[in-house]
Design a binder for this molecule. Sequence first.
Ligand code: ADP
Length: 423
Amino acid sequence: MSDDKTPTNQEFKLEPDSELRFEVESKNEKVTLELKSGVAEVFGTELVKGKLYTFTTGAKIAVFTWRGCVVELKGKVDVSYVAKETPQVMYLNAHACLEKLREKAGEENSRGPITMVVGPTDVGKSTLCRLLLNYAVRMGRRPVFVDLDVGQGQISIPGTIGALLVERPASVEEGFSQQAPLVYHFGHKAPNGNLTLYNILVTRLAEEVQERMQANRRANASGVMINTCGWVKGDGYKHLTHVAQAFEVDVIIVLDQERLYNELVRDMPAFVKVVFLPKNGGVVERSSGARAEARDARVREYFYGMRSPLYPHSFDVRFNETKIYKIGAPSLPDSCMPLGMKAEDNHTKLVAVSAGTNLLHHVLAVSFAASTEDDVIRSNVAGFICVTNVDMERQTMTVLCPQPRPLPKTLLLLSDIQFMDSH
Ligand code: ADP
């Protein structure tokens, strides 16, 4: 390690209102962070003095302090610097405005603010959602977090959309607790994989979130924070307006892009407050390779856990024990469709998939629907399995599953998302 340019132990003294940014890039590297004195937070979660926080490859972190602090980093960081200019005060103001709306909602026993965060990719949308949710929960609120980013979401695995009741601040190392999320299977890593289906699922999720909030007064007054994906042009813009409508949003925070801000001001009804906020200069742009790695890490985490290891089960399932479907048939031009049927109908068609090597390494969602007589597309999912081997001779497949055999449900939905189990 002695030939590394970056020293392995570094102490940083941070002035009030500044942040230490660092990245861990080298493979299999571990970096620990310790707060030595003062008060500091990582994306809105307060650090505990003397506690060691460990970050692994791919981590891009900012330690912010309102009042000044001393922190220590151990291990090889590829980037580390202190920044004095951050938009944190503006983010705190946004939080204060949302708090006012929550207070009012609490007094009137009505619905708290439904906020949607939009902007192009890599402007810090997910990070801002996490910060605002953390600030809310630290004030005793119980907001609902909705993540519609099917590629780089913070709930469940890629290829899904979901919602989570936030009851405690995100863990500094692992993010929000994934206990009992509400998850819908989409099956693609970007909304344009099947926009018709995506919009249907957004509507369904919005209905379900609304219903659950009505049954929970505290959550209802706390409101919802919606993270979106960075697809903001053309059909992407249309899909954002659909999300706004489906969730009946009250506030839209636009990060970084003035054009998008102006379009939304123009197109949203007057009761929707559209706010522009600058991006934090530390937000790191990710290459498509880094995105793919992040997706892979997310699936691995689902099966194997992150800090506290999970032990998934691996067992064989006979092809004839399962019913596998995918949603959406390849599109045909309208002229090729039977009379009275539109090509669009194809996007929501349930298509039976015959088991075989085509399933290898694919993630399959385990649907709550009992049979195709249920509304399979709009049903949420119990969890996921991954096909690690296919034996055509024995007509079986080996699956990785969080639960021991047998499979809890037999209706499975094929996802485009693939995962190579290297354990
Ligand atoms: P988006 O949701 O807009 O795609 P993210 O919130 O996921 O963007 O941020 C992109 C990356 O930048 C993430 O890895 C995140 O941890 C990192 N990041 C965010 N804010 C900062 C910051 N202030 N300093 C350093 N890294 C940051």
